[in-house]
Design a protein around this ligand. Structure first.
Ligand code: C6P
Length: 418
C-alpha cells in the first residue's frame, strides 16, 4: 500500500497519485499473457486493498443483521453499517445522516426519487427537464413516472462538442418545470456539466434538482451543500467500492415529505391491520435487510478517497486525458466523440471501418480492457450518428504506459482491418 494513504499519523492528503496504483491488487495481474491495462473504470473501478480488507472483516467476523439483534455480532454489524453512513455523510458534507439513503446504486437512487418524489408531486401539465446526454437510468425512470402522472419529459439538446446547449436549457426551463435531472459527468462523452450554475437556475425557476453523480464521484470532491442540489445519486462500484451499494443524498425536508417507495421490514415504526406508520429517516427508504457488507466496503472506499488530494488527482487525470487525446491522433481514422472544454478522463472514440466491438476484442487480446457499445446512453449515440463507441476511461491508478499500450493495441486493430 502507498505509505501516504495508509500512514494514519499523517493527516496531509496524499499528492503522490502515481504511488496509489500499488494499492490495487487486481492491477498486478496478467491477462492473455500481458500485464492488465484496465481502462474501464467508468463501468466499474477496481478496489484498493483497504476496501477488500474491510469487506473481508465484515463478512468474516461481523456478519449479522443490522438494527435487529441485541447480541454482539448484530451490534457490531449495526455499528459498522451506521459508521459507513456517517463517513459518507461527512465525505459529501451532507447536513445529517438522515439525508444518506443506502440503495443498490445510482439506478435505484434515481428510481426512488422518480417514484416517490415524482409520483407524489407531478401531474398533467408539469414538466421534467433532463438532457440528451443522460444515462438510461436518468431517462427511463422519468419516462415511467411521466407516463403515470401525465407530466411531460423534456430533453435539453447538446452541441456537437457534447456540451449542454445552455441557451436551450434557459429556454426550456419554465414555470412548468417541476424537476430538473441532469448528469454531473457524462459516462459516454466525459462532459462535465456546470452543476452549480444549472442548480441555481433551476431553483430560481422553482424546480427541484436531481443530480446523477455516478461518474463524478471518482474524479471530483463533491460537496452537496456547496452544490445546493436537492438530490444526488451515486454508486459504490465506480468510486473504488464494491457493487450492490449506492447512495441517494436528499435534503431532509424533501425526504421527510416523501412517501416510502417500498414496503417491508425496517421502513416501519408500527404495523397493524388498521394501518402502518413509517420509520424515521433514513430507515423509511431502506426496506428489508440492506447490503451491509457492501456499505462497509463503501465506507472504506470513502476513507480511501478522503485521504487523497483532489487537486493533485484532477491534475493527474487531466494529464492522462491529454496524453490519450494526443496519441489517439496517431491512429488512422480515429475520431473522438465528446470534445467538451470541461471533460473528465473519459475518451469515447470510433475508428473508421472497424466496429467498436472489434476494437474492444482486439485490444483485449493485448490485455487492454476498454468498454464498447452504447454505454446505456442511446440518445447520445443517435445524436452523434454512431451505433457504438469504444471508451477508455481513466482512474487515479492509471498511467501513461496504460495509454501507450492502448494505442499499440489500436494500431494493431487498424493494421488487421486495413
Ligand atoms: N454507467 C458505464 O459503463 P449503476 O449501474 O446503477 O451503478 O449506475 C448507473 C449509471 C448512472 N449514471 C451514469 C452517468 C452512469 O455512468 C451509470 C453507469 C456504466 O458507463 C454502466 S452502463
Amino acid at each position: 500500500m502507498s505509505a501516504a494513504v495508509t500512514d494514519s499519523a499523517s493527516l496531509a492528503p496524499t499528492t503522490d497519485i502515481a504511488s496509489l496504483r500499488g494499492d490495487f491488487p487486481a492491477l498486478q495481474q496478467r491477462v492473455h499473457g500481458h500485464p492488465l491495462t484496465y481502462l474501464d473504470s467508468a463501468a466499474s473501478s477496481q478496489c484498493p486493498q483497504a476496501v477488500i480488507d474491510a469487506i473481508g472483516t465484515q463478512q468474516g467476523l461481523n456478519h449479522a443483521n443490522v438494527h435487529r439483534g441485541v447480541h454482539q455480532l448484530s451490534e457490531r454489524a449495526t455499528l459498522a453499517y451506521e459508521s459507513a453512513r456517517e463517513r459518507v455523510r461527512d465525505y459529501i458534507n451532507a447536513a445529517s445522516e438522515r439525508e444518506i439513503i443506502f440503495t443498490r446504486g445510482t439506478t435505484e437512487s434515481i428510481n426512488l426519487v422518480a417514484r416517490s418524489f415524482g409520483g407524489s408531486r407531478l401531474s398533467a401539465g408539469d414538466e421534467v427537464l433532463i438532457t440528451w446526454m443522460e444515462h438510461h437510468s436518468n431517462i427511463v425512470p422519468w419516462q415511467m413516472i411521466c407516463e403515470r402522472t401525465g407530466a411531460k419529459l423534456v430533453p435539453v439538446p447538446i452541441t456537437d462538442a457534447g456540451e449542454l446547449d445552455r441557451a436551450a436549457f434557459d429556454r426550456l426551463l419554465t414555470d412548468r418545470t417541476k424537476i430538473v435531472a441532469f448528469v454531473h459527468v457524462s459516462n459516454a462523452l466525459g462532459t462535465v456539466n456546470p452543476a452549480r450554475e444549472l442548480i441555481g437556475k433551476a431553483h430560481a425557476a422553482g424546480a427541484v434538482v436531481v443530480v446523477d453523480g455516478a461518474q463524478a464521484m471518482p474524479h471530483k470532491r463533491v460537496d452537496v451543500r456547496d452544490l445546493d442540489c436537492d438530490f444526488y445519486a451515486f454508486s459504490g462500484h465506480k468510486m473504488f467500492g464494491p457493487t450492490g451499494i449506492g447512495v441517494l443524498y436528499g435534503k431532509e425536508n424533501l425526504l421527510e415529505e416523501m412517501p416510502p417507495w417500498q414496503g417491508g421490514g425496517e421502513m416501519i415504526l408500527t404495523v397493524s391491520f388498521d394501518g402502518t406508520t413509517w420509520n424515521h429517516l433514513p430507515g423509511k427508504f431502506e426496506a428489508g435487510t440492506p447490503n451491509i457488507t457492501a456499505a462497509v466496503g463503501l465506507g472504506a472506499a470513502v476513507d480511501y478517497l478522503a485521504r487523497i488530494d483532489f487537486a493533485a488527482l484532477e491534475a493527474h487525470e487531466a494529464a492522462l486525458l491529454e496524453h490519450a487525446t494526443e496519441r489517439l491522433g496517431e491512429i488512422d481514422g480515429a475520431r473522438i466523440v465528446g470534445t467538451a472544454a470541461d471533460k473528465a478522463s473519459v475518451l469515447s472514440f470510433v475508428i473508421d471501418g472497424i466496429h467498436a466491438h472489434d476494437v474492444g476484442t482486439i485490444v483485449d487480446a493485448a490485455g487492454v480492457a476498454v468498454r464498447t457499445g452504447h454505454h446505456c446512453a442511446m440518445p447520445v449515440m443517435d445524436r452523434f450518428g454512431v451505433a457504438a463507441t469504444a471508451r477508455a476511461s481513466f482512474a487515479l491508478y492509471n498511467n501513461h504506459d496504460d495509454i501507450d499500450r492502448l494505442i499499440l493495441g489500436l494500431g494493431q486493430a487498424v493494421e488487421l482491418f486495413a
